[in-house]
Design a protein around this ligand. Structure first.
Ligand code: 5GP
Length: 115
């Protein structure tokens, strides 16, 4: 498994603005925010891409990640107006960091289609 910048954040070797942590999941503010609220929610185990998921094995993590996204959307007061959740996958999907992460974006009007 590759060691990414997110592994270093999980191990607290580099700083991040952590907004939630549990045994299995970490959430921190994106260093280059694309919206007033831009949080990354990641599993602590290294799963490179959404296409690497085995739901029988990892389903509990995805459940927890979506629960945390909803909790953080409420905490950051973007739940009522709405928000966007994004998993980029691979190069055509625009994924830069090969450690599974869910983007929680909110606080502004989103556009469709995405770029
Ligand atoms: P991707 O393009 O892979 O879906 O998203 C990776 C995200 O990680 C980008 O939005 C980028 O700004 C963010 N990112 C990359 N390096 C760091 C870092 O060192 N710290 C934090 N907080 N975010 C990072």
């Amino acid at each position: 498994m590759g060691d990414t910048i997110f592994s270093k954040i999980i191990r607290k070797e580099i700083p991040a603005d952590i907004v939630f942590e549990s045994e299995n999941v970490l959430a921190f503010k994106d260093i280059n925010p694309q919206a007033p609220v831009h949080i990354l929610i990641i599993p602590k185990i290294e799963i490179p891409r959404i296409s690497d998921l085995d739901m029988k094995e990892h389903g509990y993590l995805i459940t927890e990640i979506f629960d945390i996204a909803n909790k953080l959307a409420k905490d950051f007061q973007i739940s009522e107006d709405g928000f966007r959740l994004v998993f980029n996958c691979g190069s055509n999907g625009g994924q830069e960091v090969e450690h599974l992460h869910l983007h929680l974006l909110g606080g502004r009007q989103m556009k469709w289609p995405p770029g």
